[in-house]
Ligand binder design. Structure first.
Ligand code: SF4
Length: 360
């Protein structure tokens, strides 16, 4: 699989629990729960679903004391790196760190006085946790907003740098930063500036990106430009609704750029010649291969016209025929299978390829 990424920009390495972010570590994929955190059962279920989808860091909002208690219970059960998302109340950040958060994300524009930030920093240092300075266009400090008039990219970066400086002044350096806006091109401009002006690992994202289709496209447009320039160490694709598709979209983006490996499912768009329900079959194959990290190409093609050609280029593939499909493996026809047995036969071949390569 090719890549146009020129090389990653050097950043410091920061730990988030067992995961390294920055310092050349693979770009990681994160997501965030959207259940009421105080509902520990529902939140636990969502964290487990995210973990099963391959999510590498889960962020959880801690809006109040009840949520903090639920977070503490969750932490005891979950080994995946967890980040506590804190607005306004520094005591909740300290409480989350005491409860075992691997990192906290604070929005400096709304934490308040520097002594409050210092308490968070002291707790993070004590527990070996990291801090993300997460600047958001919607909640910039008032003075910065006054200076710039709007939440411009420069305003976002000024806020991030000011707060990174503040924390550095407290001799704490396990920092990441983000400067998110809902405008994809402003996001690109802001991260380019920030990347040129600091060497902390950057958490990429377009905030309030939208529903799964629009949100994925907007995020991919912005993040692909940045990642191709080597900017970005971890990312979240923010989508309205169930967070699991955020993880799928994140990995798909990184794989498309050649930054992570995995199975690329090639599926034809179908036309009048299609002899099978390619969309349903391809969706099913995508679901089943999502967490495989081995770089494989799997084709699902609707008919024998272009199908065999593409399927032959793939490591494994199906090309539809009338009432049957042709199963190809490594460029060779393996066998003719009925529609009913086609998916099972394809998956068997994929699993065999993974086993033979000693992969996951
Ligand atoms: S592979 Fe066949 S069904 Fe699919 S788009 Fe091409 S011609 Fe149409």
């Amino acid at each position: 699989m090719g890549t146009v990424v020129k090389g990653r920009r050097p950043t410091r390495a920061v730990r988030v629990g067992s995961l390294t972010v920055g310092g050349g570590a693979p770009v990681s994929v994160q997501s965030m729960t959207n259940t009421p955190t105080a509902d520990a059962g529902a939140t636990m279920e969502q964290v487990r679903a995210l973990a099963a989808a391959g999510c590498e860091v889960v962020r959880i909002s801690i809006p109040d004391e009840e949520a903090l208690q639920a977070f503490a219970a969750l932490r005891r059960e979950i080994r995946l790196p967890l980040v506590a998302d804190i607005h306004f109340d520094h005591r909740l950040a300290v409480g989350s760190l005491d409860a075992g958060a691997d990192a906290v994300r604070i929005n400096p524009g709304n934490i308040g006085a520097p002594w409050k930030v210092r308490e968070i920093v002291n707790a993070a240092a004590h527990h070996g946790a990291s801090i993300r300075v997460g600047v958001n266009a919607g909640s910039l400090e008032r003075d910065i907003l006054r200076t710039h008039g709007h939440p411009t990219p420069r305003a976002l970066v000024d806020s991030a740098l000011r707060n990174l400086d503040l924390v550095e002044g407290m001799a704490f350096f396990a920092l990441k930063a983000s400067v998110k806006t809902s405008d994809p091109m402003d996001t690109v401009t802001a991260y380019r500036m920030l990347s040129a002006e600091c060497d902390y690992p950057l958490h990429l994202g377009v905030t309030e990106a939208g529903t799964p289709l629009t949100g994925s496209v907007r995020t991919a447009a912005a993040l692909a430009l940045l990642l191709a320039e080597g900017i970005g160490d971890t990312l979240r694709v923010s989508l309205s609704g169930d967070p699991v598709p955020e993880v799928h979209a994140g990995f798909e983006l990184l794989r498309a750029l050649g930054l992570r490996t995995g199975v690329r499912v090639v599926a034809c768009p179908t036309c009048a010649r299609a002899e099978m329900d390619v969309a349903a079959w391809a969706a099913e194959v995508e679901d089943r291969v999502r967490t495989i990290e081995m770089p494989l190409r799997v084709a699902v093609m609707g008919c024998p016209v272009n199908g065999p050609g593409e399927a032959r280029e793939a490591d494994a593939g199906l090309a539809g025929g009338k009432g049957h499909a042709i199963l190809f493996v490594k460029g060779k026809v393996k066998k003719k299978v009925s529609h009913d047995e086609a998916l099972g036969a394809l998956m068997e071949e994929v699993e065999k390829l993974v086993r033979e390569a000693g992969g996951n």
